[in-house]
Design a protein around this ligand. Structure first.
Ligand code: DX5
Ligand code: ZN
Length: 222
């Protein structure tokens, strides 16, 4: 998906899909041209909700070659990095608020052969990222507080994306945004500097996924 000057990826957040038929959902997403699937991993400790575990990822891994992007909202992520690799993840993002040894964690993720992302909550200063920009493959700007799908977009998030883009400078670090992205604000997200758009309800509320991709792409490239 690319416009004249900007390219971007839509990463549907599987939490908002029909969880009773995940395999079929993924087949339809593949047909619609989606490349990345976003899995929200929650542990009931770092965030007040519990979602997918390893057996779910493993069984889906057998069904598709799409990129598995796991967003870890868990305490003590270091304990599980290898398990996420074994379960078939390609990208792993960890929260800066949950990882006291973030630099080591990123190195470990890369050593395991995955792309390493750092997620940052709406209330955390971007200055906290200064020490990791040379080591992360992508930064995940949370535009809602993590824990649930379907929340309202927090308005200063695009300002934060712009500030982050300045901080990144000419490094090859991508920007992912997650929370409350929909048809009405996807264009501003891309213009602000987002490369990867995680979308839950804003994607799955379309009647079918080919229409979703076409409509959303039209918003950005118009
Ligand atoms: C929130 C999750 C998001 C969420 C996005 O903790 O990280 O990925 O599922 O859902 P929407 O797009 O509905 O805000
Ligand atoms: Zn997420």
């Amino acid at each position: 998906m690319a416009s004249k000057s900007k390219s971007f990826q839509i990463a549907p957040s599987m939490l908002a899909s029909d969880l009773s038929s995940l395999g079929e959902e993924i087949k339809q997403l593949e047909k619609a041209g989606i490349e990345v699937l976003h899995f929200d991993i929650m542990d009931g400790q770092f965030v007040p909700n519990i979602t997918f575990g390893f057996p779910v990822l493993e069984s889906l891994r057998k069904k598709t070659k799409l990129i598995f992007d796991a967003h870890l909202m868990i305490a003590d992520a270091d304990r599980y990095l290898e398990d996420f690799k074994k379960a078939g993840c390609d990208w792993l993002s960890v929260h800066i608020e949950a990882c006291p040894h973030i630099h080591r964690t990123l190195q470990q993720i890369k050593k395991l052969g995955m792309k390493a992302g750092v997620a940052i909550n709406p209330g955390t200063s971007l200055e906290q990222l200064n020490g990791v920009l040379d080591f992360a493959d992508f930064i995940l700007i949370m535009s809602v507080n993590p824990g649930f799908g379907g929340q309202s977009f927090i308005e200063n998030s695009f300002e934060r994306v712009k500030e982050l883009k300045n901080r990144i400078g000419n490094r090859k670090v991508k920007i992912q945004i997650d929370g409350g992205i929909k048809k009405e604000n996807i264009r501003e997200a891309v213009v602000s500097g987002c490369d990867i758009l995680v979308m839950g309800t804003g994607f799955f509320s379309f009647k079918d996924y080919k229409t979703a991709v076409a409509e959303l792409t039209k918003q950005v490239t118009r």
